[in-house]
Design a protein around this ligand. Structure first.
Ligand SMILES: [Zn+2]
Length: 155
């Protein structure tokens, strides 16, 4: 008997449609034929996995999986700018922006203040220089004689 015929009977056996008296015959063949043993193993594995798929993946689960996959696909298409962030996220972001603006404004004010102070210092120094110049003692020219004019002068 050819292996092809035996394998036909093997698939019948796997389906449970083989006559019981033929079972001994195919098993005797398979004990000597590794090819047919491999055939039984492969069709048995196929039917087993088909059965387990039926068992583990009922129709409603399929639907769930499909709908979930579709939801995931939908989520992937959402633009980050259209995503509604939670209120606290937008709030803290806004707070940070305001804080930065305040800091920037404050530092500008401080810079202005420093500039103003520097100018005031310069003016003060100018005044001091003027005062120092003015504070030089008067040059006094004293008369040698009583009728001479006394001259007071400032630099
Ligand atoms: Zn064979």
């Amino acid at each position: 008997m050819k292996c092809e015929e035996i394998q036909g009977m093997i698939s019948q056996f796997n389906d449970g449609s083989l006559d019981t008296e033929k079972e001994a015959f195919i098993f005797t063949h398979m004990s000597e034929c590794p090819e047919c043993r491999a055939f039984l193993r492969s069709i048995n594995l196929l039917s087993f996995s088909a059965q387990t798929e039926d068992f583990y993946f009922p129709a409603e689960l399929d639907e769930k999986i499909i709908s979930r996959t579709e939801k995931r696909k939908e989520k992937k298409h959402i633009n980050i700018f259209t995503v509604k962030y939670p209120a606290y996220v937008s709030f803290s972001f806004g707070a940070i922006v305001i804080l930065l603006l305040v800091l920037l404004f404050k530092s500008t004010l401080e810079y202005k203040q420093e500039l103003h102070e520097a100018m005031e210092n310069m003016q003060q120094q100018n005044k001091q220089i003027q005062m120092i110049l003015n504070s030089y003692p008067e040059i006094q020219v004293y008369p040698k004689q009583a009728n001479e004019i006394m001259v007071n002068t400032k630099l």
